[in-house]
Design a protein around this ligand. Structure first.
Ligand SMILES: NC(=O)c1ccc[n+]([C@@H]2O[C@H](COP(=O)([O-])OP(=O)(O)OC[C@H]3O[C@@H](n4cnc5c(N)ncnc54)[C@H](OP(=O)(O)O)[C@@H]3O)[C@@H](O)[C@H]2O)c1
Length: 297
């Protein structure tokens, strides 16, 4: 294997390796690049329980070894970790022995926080308040962060017809779903540079897919997530030189508060699938918008 500026591989290898097939990935950007994962339990974007258990178990063992050997703890920051997808990201990373930094507007339920272990930190964060973002960055100054997951998001006026879309709601959606992730990413640039994985993740949506024309309404949401993806592509260019890999993910339709608990996937399924994607990500994925095994437009 040619030598690479590949921090993700270094981290993934320490966490048990990801064993993906480079040959398959090179066949085409839009082709499924994680087909091999199907053999490990990922089928049509769903992860079987065997995959989760083996994967989480391996993570725990590797993290424990790594902590002993190097005194370094892999760290993930998640916004909106008190609810839904964000909470499940926090749970699954904590279960592998990672330190979780939760940037939450509403506090954790005590039982949820306790589940994350002693290495979890909760910091108050409001995506509509730049002062809170600055305070968070100040508190984390000098701390390496391997993976930043900008997950906090809102979905408003989803049924509004064109003439019913309000400026207030549109502005709020753009603020929370688009501007705030960019702003916080910029504030955490030094933390990511200090981390090993250097992985910046935006939680996007199929509604952002510019190649899809059958999405009814959701004007502000769709615009805000499409803009998020475009900004991530900009960051992918901007931060390529220092090895940052910027990825946006589609979680699937997940049963959370946002969807009124309707959808095809449980949070466990959706998040274990997304973490599988992140484990297998390489700098070649910089700028990609990914739905489990497929790159979207
Ligand atoms: N569920 C799906 O099917 C689906 C599909 C595609 C994409 N997504 C995306 O996945 C992400 C998570 O959504 P979810 O489904 O897990 O919904 P959720 O349970 O409603 O979680 C949304 C999270 O965002 C936080 N948030 C909202 N506004 C915030 C603000 N101003 N400042 C800080 N945090 C704020 C919420 O905090 P509070 O508890 O304080 O409100 C909550 O923690 C969102 O970006 C969403 O667009 C979800």
């Amino acid at each position: 294997m040619a030598p690479r500026r590949d921090h993700l591989h270094a981290v993934a290898a320490r966490h048990g390796g990801h064993g993906h097939d480079r040959g398959a990935r090179n066949k085409g950007r839009r082709q499924c690049r994680w087909n091999e994962a199907r053999g490990r339990g990922v089928v049509d974007g769903r992860c079987g329980p065997d995959h989760r258990i083996r994967w989480a178990g391996r993570g725990l063992v590797m993290d424990a070894e790594r902590k002993k050997e190097e005194g370094h703890m892999p760290t993930v920051l998640i916004t909106g970790a008190n609810s839904g997808i964000g909470l499940e990201f926090a749970r699954q990373y904590a279960a592998r022995g990672w330190a979780v930094i939760a940037a939450n507007r509403s506090p954790f339920k005590p039982a949820d926080y306790a589940q994350l272990g002693y290495d979890a930190t909760e910091i108050r964060y409001d995506a509509q308040d730049d002062k809170k973002a600055a305070e968070l960055a100040l508190r984390l100054k000098g701390r390496p962060i391997d993976v930043v997951i900008l997950n906090a998001g809102i979905s408003e006026e989803t049924e509004a017809a064109p003439e019913e879309v309000t400026a207030e709601s549109f502005e709020r959606s753009m603020m929370v779903n688009t501007y705030a992730p960019l702003h916080l990413a910029a504030l955490l640039e030094d933390n990511l540079k200090m981390g090993e994985a250097k992985l910046l993740v935006g939680v996007s949506s199929l509604a952002a897919d510019t190649g899809r024309y059958d999405v009814p309404r959701q004007f502000a949401y769709r615009a805000s997530k499409a803009a998020l993806n475009q900004m991530w592509r900009n960051l992918a260019v901007e931060w390529k030189d220092w090895g940052c890999t910027c990825i946006t993910l589609r979680p699937g339709r997940v049963r959370t508060r946002m969807t009124g608990y309707a959808g095809d996937l449980s949070v466990e399924q959706a998040v274990s699938g997304m973490i599988g994607v992140l484990d297998r990500a390489t700098p070649e994925d910089n700028g990609a918008f990914i739905w489990h095994g497929t790159e979207l437009a």
